[in-house]
Design a protein around this ligand. Sequence first.
Ligand SMILES: Nc1ncnc2c1ncn2[C@@H]1O[C@H](COP(=O)(O)OP(=O)(O)O)[C@@H](O)[C@H]1O
Ligand SMILES: Cc1ncc(C[n+]2csc(CCOP(=O)(O)OP(=O)(O)O)c2C)c(N)n1
Ligand SMILES: [Mg+2]
Length: 319
Amino acid sequence: MSEFDLIAHYFVRPAHPKNRATLGIGDDCALLLQQDGMQTAISSDMLVEDRHFFAGADAYKLGHKSLAVNLSDLAAMGAEPVAFTLALSLPSADEPWLANFSAGLFALADQHNCELIGGDTTKGPLNICITIFGQAPIGTALRRDTAQIGDDIWVSGTLGEARLALGAMRKEYELDIATLSAAAVRLYTPQPRVTLGLALRGIAHSALDISDGLVGDLGHILKKSGVGATLNVDALPAGAALQNQPKELRRRFTLAGGDDYELCFTAPVSKREAVLGAALAADTNVTRIGVIDEAPGTRLLDRDGQPVDLKIASFDHFA
Ligand SMILES: Nc1ncnc2c1ncn2[C@@H]1O[C@H](COP(=O)(O)OP(=O)(O)O)[C@@H](O)[C@H]1O
Ligand SMILES: Cc1ncc(C[n+]2csc(CCOP(=O)(O)OP(=O)(O)O)c2C)c(N)n1
Ligand SMILES: [Mg+2]
């Protein structure tokens, strides 16, 4: 199959009334009309074999995750998904693989009304890079540099299960089948918190999505906002499969597991009811885990206010 047959067969779809691009796949560029009063939110994330996923990973789930991690960045900005491009490097034109990959990709794209408008396809090591475009009314996007002293720190959903599954896959420990399959759902098919991100506009002061681990990612908000944080380690929402694991592992994986794709956000105390209302409307749990304060850095305390001494390191590609 030729490069262009591959694109036409697996990535070009019939026109759909909900499509927003003026010109989609097939020309040198796609054309997107900017809506009045809106700002465009743009983000790229790449998935690389043996780094972000194991060789032989399920193609449908890989299609899902490639888009999910990008939608998660839009969620973190409170931006509504509009469209995305897909740059693919493939070892071969493996048709069953392509059929499954595009099915997983488009199933999630359709859930979020996010249209594939272009990309690039080459032969090479398996590598998937998506650039996503979203929109938010001017001035309403949730940023990393706007946390304020006194804000509550919140996190959506639960943390740590993706890391729990990864450890079992790497044979760091053994898990029973039921625990591993529950945790693996979080590693392979994260659900981006797009609805929650949109609901938090006008409520949260700052937000980001957790990909490298809570403490490391929260650190980006702290640094950019020129503030610090105190976290209650016992308040962190551990995923169900983590509940029966030893306390130290539970703490390490909730604090610095990675691959969580939950939102961490800050909001003033006066907005607690509004945050809970937004969470209810988005059908997503949120948990208050700490406060923004003045002293730089992150202090970890237990439920009794005693310092927790844990060596933790968030994910870093070059550390
Ligand atoms: N090669 C690059 N060139 C320019 N900007 C980059 C590059 N890699 C990452 N960035 C930018 O650096 C910031 C941090 O990146 P990253 O940690 O990947 O963010 P995220 O966790 O949201 O994906 C982002 O604003 C991203 O756009
Ligand atoms: C085979 C494999 N090894 C390791 C991991 C863990 N892992 C890889 S990248 C990463 C962090 C997120 O990826 P990154 O490229 O830093 O995403 P970004 O922060 O840019 O959104 C994690 C936790 C994994 N998911 N799969
Ligand atoms: Mg990135």
